[in-house]
Design a protein around this ligand. Structure first.
Ligand SMILES: Nc1ncnc2c1ncn2[C@@H]1O[C@H](COP(=O)(O)OP(=O)(O)OP(=O)(O)O)[C@@H](O)[C@H]1O
Length: 305
């Protein structure tokens, strides 16, 4: 899979504040990459560096396999919605998009109407942006970010402050752009639950450092509810599970720990036969995990700001 964004030890220092510290993220073609972190973790700083709004103190990054320097003309490949969209509040949605098209030298007939339709703003007519709801403003910001047909979208907390319906609508829009236009997306949030429903890869950023990066499918597997068996010697347990209990859905985590993903409702259907057979184990217990638990454990506490 081709990598669309690859950062190499990106760091940013503001005086004594390490806003970013040696960050390496890797976004593949077709990913919806969720960048999750508490307020002040460094999400905006990372996006601004990739968008070349600010310079890194150290490190570099590649976009679509090319190492980016200050002079590379790659700006049209990236569409951004970072912080509040820069809208002209006295203009309509059409006029706002038209201005961006003018700057980008795009004059294709029907182009603006297509974008308005894409973000569900086709019926806003003469209504000025100042009279839009927050969700409408963000969707207009998204349409403006799409001018120039970027390969990559950088969206910094785009659903912040929206109601659940607005969030769901925005999410659907991102999914469509990703599937139908094959746009790779980096989207940040401080609420994991908002991202975990649709992202393909997750990066957890905390106090300027990337403390975890993983594909969502792997994380979901790791964080599935399971029975944990701990024992000094797992070999007789593994043999017993397979040969006597015909259990195959388990993973050996370490020489002394294994996780079983079945029989969750009846752990005794495993523990009793083991005891009867004289096979020793230290503990056998049910572990319930969620991605949110993992996030809280890694970042040390409640995340909702
Ligand atoms: N221009 C600046 N000057 C000084 N410090 C800054 C500047 N911009 C960001 N910082 C600091 O860098 C750190 C990371 O900020 P950043 O805005 O990237 O975090 P964030 O994860 O996007 O948080 P939020 O969700 O609050 O926007 C914070 O400690 C912030 O105060």
């Amino acid at each position: 899979m081709q990598s669309v964004i690859e950062t190499h030890n990106l760091s940013k220092q503001y005086g004594s504040v390490h806003a970013l510290n040696q960050v390496n993220i890797s976004v593949d073609q077709g990913d919806i990459y969720g960048l999750i972190g508490r307020n002040g973790a460094g999400k905006t700083t990372l996006m601004k560096i990739i968008n070349r709004q600010i310079l890194a103190s150290e490190g570099s990054f590649d976009i679509l396999g090319e190492n980016v320097t200050r002079n590379d003309n790659i700006s049209l490949r990236i569409g951004t919605l970072i912080e509040a969209p820069g809208l002209y509040l006295d203009l309509t949605a059409y006029q706002n998009i038209a201005l961006k098209c003018q700057l980008a030298g795009i004059r294709r007939p029907g182009y603006i109407e297509e974008l308005l339709h894409l973000v569900n703003l086709a019926d806003t007519g003469r209504k000025r942006a100042k009279n839009f709801s927050l969700g409408m403003k963000q969707r207009l910001g998204l349409a403006i970010a799409l001018v120039g047909d970027p390969d990559i979208l950088l969206l910094d907390e785009p659903t912040n402050g929206m109601d659940p319906q607005g969030i769901a609508e925005f999410r659907q829009m991102i999914l469509r752009l990703n599937r139908e236009r094959h746009i790779s997306v980096v989207i940040s949030s401080h609420i994991l639950g908002e991202l975990s429903k649709f992202i393909t890869k997750l990066g957890i950023i905390h106090e300027g450092q990337l403390i975890k990066e993983a594909r969502l499918s792997d994380l979901e597997h790791e964080n599935q509810d399971h029975l944990t068996i701990k024992a000094a010697d797992l070999k007789p347990i593994v043999a017993f599970l397979e040969d006597q209990l015909h259990i195959t859905n388990f993973t050996v985590i370490s020489p002394t720990e294994l996780h079983i993903f079945e029989h969750l409702q009846a752990p005794e259907s495993i523990s009793h036969p083991l005891i009867k057979a004289g096979i020793l184990f230290d503990t056998l217990e049910l572990d319930r995990h969620s991605l949110e638990d993992m996030f809280l454990t890694l970042t040390g506490g409640a995340v909702h700001a």
